[in-house]
Design a protein around this ligand. Structure first.
Ligand code: ME8
Length: 521
């Protein structure tokens, strides 16, 4: 069985997770479910990055020890992922002994082989990002990642000798053109960081102590990126007694990250792996950001939106649909209450929901709920619809295989629209009136068949809706699988439900827009 190991970033438990964090995780889960449907054995890793100065500060503010704080946050995070039905296989926390022990060993090993050396660091430090920058990397004198103030700081630190490996990484980039995707992000890394020459990376701190101690020099704690990135292998049991998963799943097939942390994943992580003599991940995909009308989400602007109230009010499938649809492969996406309600009312309620309802209504009215077998003769239009639908399956697969999820969804909705149009074109009510029994039957068959296909295509991200459609149409189990997508003539005397349920009830737009605005904090 082919295998697929996919990871999300491990998130900082510095505050409640918002829809940005949820987006990456939902995307990862969607890719996992898709791969499963295509016959892969999958492993999805997520978790939390629990060390560092920021966490220490946040805990202090709320009168807790850092450990108490992260323990609470881990519970919260797991609750959220359970609400969002994220089927992770492991949740790694960097404060767990299984991780800490291995990071200590890795640091030791890299020190012994001369990749890590002691020196003095003086630089411009961004506290929230826990990163030093050079003057030239700043944007308008501020942190290029988060836009906040930086501070000049100096401390004794251990450094990782990046320069030693830089050429090997350049070669690797040149030989593996899809290593970083989208290409624009790869070019950014290549031109802005690799070409001008990589700086050595500071990998320890003495200015705070909430971290993994360097064994040979315990006044230092391991700088958070060496600690954080290694989660992808410590979770699999690297250097531990049981390394079955490591053998089975490493190298990762896909590290999914946001564009803010591509630098760490695309430059430092591969070099750490080279130093450890481990194979590099197959691909890193850095997606864009969910933006708000007034720019980035931030508590100070009061425009942060959290997934829980949205899921509670509109259901999980609608939230997943919106997030995945709105974020294109390489650009940022925008969350607006208006956009959310519009997609709900148009795409989900009008287009998909009505298609199912109309179809079931007609089959009940015209054929007492039963559609017969594949028609013996079909019209030109039926043929066209069949081949259109097969074309959609093909392109959805292509898009999903390359993680263009938003485009895959658009393609699927093209099929929804095409099928709605097919009803208008064939005018079944006229066929009924004119008693064109066979033609009418063929139209009904094709409607059900398209809906069956749509349900299977949306299953990786809209599981409930998919199940509801398949159930209401009484599709047998063996015709609910991805493998059955291409079979167009297998339905036999299907008896659809007599009491169709509405998939998405139309919302009162103005009222709901206000409700979502009130959710923003
Ligand atoms: O960076 N839109 O953790 P983090 C889309 N601990 N995605 C968003 C987003 C937004 N508005 N905001 C956040 C860290 N994300 C490190 C990672 S990994 C070894 C260590 C997502 O809590 C996106 O995936 O700041 C981004 O890369 C990640 O959350 C940053 O999470």
């Amino acid at each position: 069985m082919p295998k697929f190991y996919i990871t999300t970033p491990i998130y900082y438990p510095s505050g409640k997770f918002h829809i940005g964090t949820a987006y990456t995780t939902v995307l990862a889960n969607t890719i996992k479910k898709y791969k499963q449907a295509r016959g892969y054995e999958t492993y999805l890793l997520t978790g939390m990055d629990e060390h560092g100065q920021k966490i220490q500060q946040v805990a202090q503010k709320s009168g807790k020890t850092p450990q108490e704080h992260v323990d609470e946050m881990a519970k919260e995070a797991k609750k959220l992922w359970s609400l969002m039905e994220i089927e992770y296989d492991d949740f790694i926390r960097t404060t767990e002994p299984r991780h800490e022990k291995v990071v200590e060993e890795i640091f030791d090993k890299l020190m012994k082989q001369g990749d890590i050396y002691l020196s003095q660091y003086e630089g411009l430090y961004c506290m929230p990002c826990e990163t030093y920058f050079t003057e030239t990397q700043l944007v308008d004198g501020k942190c290029p990642d988060c836009g906040r103030e930086v501070k000049k700081m100096k401390e004794e630190s251990y450094f990782f000798n990046m320069k030693k490996y830089a050429n090997r990484l350049i070669d690797f980039y040149n030989e593996n053109l899809n290593f970083i995707t989208p290409e624009s992000r790869k070019n950014e890394l290549f031109n802005n960081f690799l070409k001008p020459g990589l700086e050595d990376l500071c990998v320890s701190r003495t200015s705070f102590d909430w971290g993994i101690k360097v064994r040979k020099d315990p006044k230092h704690v391991v700088y958070v990126w060496l600690d954080a990135l290694t989660n992808y292998i410590t979770a699999l049991g690297y250097l531990s007694e049981d390394d079955t998963l490591m053998k089975k799943y490493w190298p990762a097939d896909l590290h999914l990250v946001g564009k803010d942390i591509i630098r760490f994943h695309g430059l430092y992580w591969p070099i750490f792996l080279m130093a450890l003599d481990l194979p590099l991940p197959k691909q890193i995909y850095a997606h864009g950001f969910i933006m708000m009308k007034d720019g980035k989400m931030s508590k100070s602007k009061g425009n942060v939106i959290y997934p829980e109230p949205l899921v509670e009010r509109y259901g999980l499938d609608a939230v997943k649909y919106f997030l995945l649809r709105e974020m294109s492969y390489s650009q940022d996406g925008t969350f607006t209450p208006e956009g959310f309600i519009e997609r709900f009312n148009f795409d989900l309620c009008n287009d998909l929901g009505n298609l199912l309802n109309r179809t079931i209504g007609m089959i009940n009215k015209y054929f007492k709920g039963e559609i017969a077998n594949y028609p013996t003769s079909i019209s030109e239009l039926d043929k066209q619809v069949e081949s259109y639908s097969s074309g959609v399956i093909h392109s959805v697969e292509e898009y999903m295989d390359t993680y263009h999820i938003s485009q895959a969804i658009q393609e699927t909705w093209n099929l929804v629209s095409r099928t709605n149009k097919y009803i208008d074109e064939t005018a079944p009510w006229v066929l009924y009136k004119e008693e064109k029994q066979e033609e009418l039957q063929s139209v009904m068959y094709h409607l059900v068949e398209n809906l069956r296909r749509i349900a299977i295509l949306i299953a990786p991200y809209m599981e409930h809706t998919s199940c509801q459609i398949l159930e209401q149409l009484a599709i047998p189990k063996e015709l609910q699988t991805w493998q059955s997508l291409n079979k167009y003539d297998q339905l036999k005397n299907n008896k659809v439900t007599q009491t169709p349920e509405v998939l998405f009830a139309r919302l009162e737009a103005a009222e709901e827009i206000e409700a979502i605005k009130a959710m923003m904090k």
